[in-house]
Design a protein around this ligand. Structure first.
Ligand SMILES: NC(=O)c1ccc[n+]([C@@H]2O[C@H](COP(=O)([O-])OP(=O)(O)OC[C@H]3O[C@@H](n4cnc5c(N)ncnc54)[C@H](O)[C@@H]3O)[C@@H](O)[C@H]2O)c1
Length: 375
């Protein structure tokens, strides 16, 4: 029995999670997978009622679970950034979910590329370091002083940096520092190698910009080289600009792709579009030794919330990732096959050209699983 935390969140998050649970129920009916779900009221409604974001009590409750199934967060009544930082980013940090995993699969006929070549990439984005450390500042006459003190805190370490700036003129300056740590890269590389082996890949592609950002990405290459050797995997290096092009021109040549935080953020949105749009993209925020969270990559979509037309497939595929992560790869495959069949029969919501509601698509996928047609 798996104990799941269910956080529907806001807007269409609530609608797509309901469809995802219908699919979990179907899987549970016909397989050895079983679960109980505890609903967590975290999101805009509670924030507007009580001012609470992610409380200590939430964290204690979540910690007792095997995994989190998350909808989406965000509401026009709340200033942008409050919920995203106070709930989503905080959750990733508290549970040290250091891998962001995003599959990029050719869901025909929704792939916008001219060439109809099947592809199946999985992006592993490092989720805690690089240029997303909040380590930056401004100095100069408008900001007072030339000394800059930085402090970053991560699960692996705390880091304090003091700098004395001495510009040759009295201009204002702004800066943002990226950090990578040996421990951080090592656990990332380790995970990427284990993942590639489990996927049956003999190669990992490491994306960076080490021809310009030489120190950080140079160290990253050294550690990945060592790890790939240890695991007997081939290691391919791609610069991020070339990778953006290659994803469009020859996506079928990539399997496991490891990418640092900032470039990963950008490339995975390109990936989402390559596979048919936001309604198809799912992701996992993974701590391989701890609590992981699975979610569609889209937001709460206030423009369509409440109309019952949100595409639930991204959330349902996030459910597939959750099952695979929890040791149910066969059950994950049932979901994948059922989605494939429904897409083939055009049982889809309007964003994919269909006429069905969120609930109907969820039910159609669940029915395929129940009928056993997808096996
Ligand atoms: N992980 C998250 O919870 C997350 C991610 C992104 C944005 N957000 C938040 O969501 C809110 C809305 O942000 P946004 O509009 O920029 O992004 P969004 O992903 O919510 O929507 C972007 C566009 O895509 C459409 N869309 C998204 N998901 C869809 C689906 N499943 N089916 C059909 N159409 C879909 C929407 O209707 C909208 O036109 C904001 O508050 C934002 O901060 C949250």
């Amino acid at each position: 029995m798996k104990h799941l935390a269910i956080i529907p969140g806001d807007g269409i998050g609530k609608e797509v999670i309901e469809a995802g649970l219908e699919v979990f129920d179907a899987v549970a009916e016909i397989s050895t997978f079983d679960y109980d779900g505890e609903l967590f009221d975290i999101g805009a409604d509670r924030y507007l009622r009580t001012g609470e974001l992610l409380t200590d009590e939430d964290i204690d409750g979540l910690r007792k679970k095997d995994a989190i199934f998350f909808g989406a967060i965000g509401d026009p009544k709340v200033r942008p950034g409050i919920l995203e930082q106070g709930v989503l980013l905080k959750m990733r940090a508290v549970f040290d979910q250091y891998i962001n995993m995003r599959p990029v699969t050719s869901w025909f006929p929704f792939v916008p590329l001219k060439r109809e070549v099947p592809f199946n990439m999985t992006f592993l984005r490092e989720n805690t370091e690089d240029f997303y450390m909040g380590a930056g500042g401004r100095f100069g006459p408008s900001f007072g002083g030339k000394n800059v003190s930085l402090k970053v805190k991560r699960e692996l370490y705390e880091l304090e940096v003091d700098m004395k700036a001495d510009p040759s003129n009295d201009d204002d300056f702004a800066f943002e520092i990226g950090f990578l740590s040996k421990k951080g890269i090592t656990r990332f590389a380790d995970y990427a190698c284990r993942f590639a082996m489990a996927r049956g890949d003999d190669k990992i592609t490491l994306v960076d910009k080490s021809n310009v950002i030489t120190h950080m990405y140079g160290m990253q290459r050294d550690i990945f080289r060592e790890k790939a050797d240890q695991y007997g995997l081939e290691l391919e290096f791609m610069f991020v600009d070339a990778m953006a092009m290659a994803m469009v021109v020859r996506p079928e040549t990539f399997g496991t792709v490891a990418v640092p935080n900032l470039f990963g953020d950008i490339l995975t949105d390109l990936g989402a579009q390559l596979q048919g749009g936001l309604g198809m993209g799912c992701s996992g925020n993974i701590n391989p030794e701890g609590l992981s969270m699975f979610e569609p990559i889209h937001g709460s979509a206030p423009d369509i919330a409440g109309r019952g037309i949100a595409n639930p497939i991204a959330a349902i595929l996030a459910g597939q990732m959750l099952l695979e992560d929890q040791g149910y790869p066969g059950e994950g495959k049932l979901i994948h096959n059922a989605v494939t069949e429904c897409l083939r029969e055009n049982k889809t919501t309007p964003d994919l050209g269909g006429k069905m509601t969120t609930e109907q698509v969820g039910k159609a996928i669940a029915d395929k699983i129940r009928e056993g047609k997808s096996r």
